[in-house]
Design a protein around this ligand. Structure first.
Ligand SMILES: CC(C)(COP(=O)(O)OP(=O)(O)OC[C@H]1O[C@@H](n2cnc3c(N)ncnc32)[C@H](O)[C@@H]1OP(=O)(O)O)[C@@H](O)C(=O)NCCC(=O)NCCS
Length: 151
């Protein structure tokens, strides 16, 4: 739950709504299920915030959901990024991750390089917990790390 900027309890209904109303309707989002060679789903990963004019996009929703060989997610992410460059023509690819998430090391190992860190502040309301970027926040606390794909 603490891997993302909005912390929530995932239910089937909520996930279905997200897929149908957000992912399915948006031409700025692409989401793949990621199966192993036996077609057993092991994760999912995609792109978001695609700007077709400027050639920008972000890796998004990168989650391992099951077993699969070590390095499976790294190779999948690299393949996705190469397809985004060579298949979709996106030239400026990045990802954002919380500084307290081990996925930061995962992205660096996969071929992303840090270029910005923005402090985050925690915000609670009826919808749950959200982390919001605050330029004047404490840089020693949790930050949002921006990384660029360098292949
Ligand atoms: C982020 C996440 C997808 C990474 O998954 P993962 O299983 O660690 O990734 P991989 O399958 O690439 O495995 C990584 C391991 O394989 C190793 N590896 C990478 N490429 C390899 C290869 N070609 N051959 C063998 N090993 C390899 C890595 O060194 C790493 O080893 P370590 O864990 O001992 O350091 C997973 O931790 C996750 O789902 N996290 C929760 C969701 C999340 O936070 N997503 C990101 C939000 S921004």
């Amino acid at each position: 739950m603490s891997s993302f900027l909005t912390e929530f309890v995932a239910t089937e209904e909520r996930t279905t709504r997200w897929l149908v109303e957000h992912v399915g309707l948006s031409d700025a989002k692409i989401l793949f299920m990621y199966d192993d060679v036996n077609r057993i789903p092991c994760g999912y990963m995609g792109l978001d915030f695609i700007d077709w004019e400027s050639g920008r996009g972000e890796a998004d929703a990168i989650v391992r959901t099951g077993d699969g060989p070590k390095g499976f997610m790294t190779e999948g992410l690299r393949t996705l990024m190469r397809w985004a460059e060579n298949g979709l023509g996106l030239r400026d690819l990045s990802v954002r991750v919380r500084s307290d998430n081990d996925a930061l090391r995962f992205y660096e190992r996969a071929g992303f390089r840090q270029f910005r860190a923005m402090p985050l502040v925690r915000h609670e309301d009826a919808q749950g917990t959200r982390w919001i970027e605050e330029p004047n926040g404490d840089p020693r606390g949790i930050s949002l790390i921006y990384l660029r794909w360098e292949g």
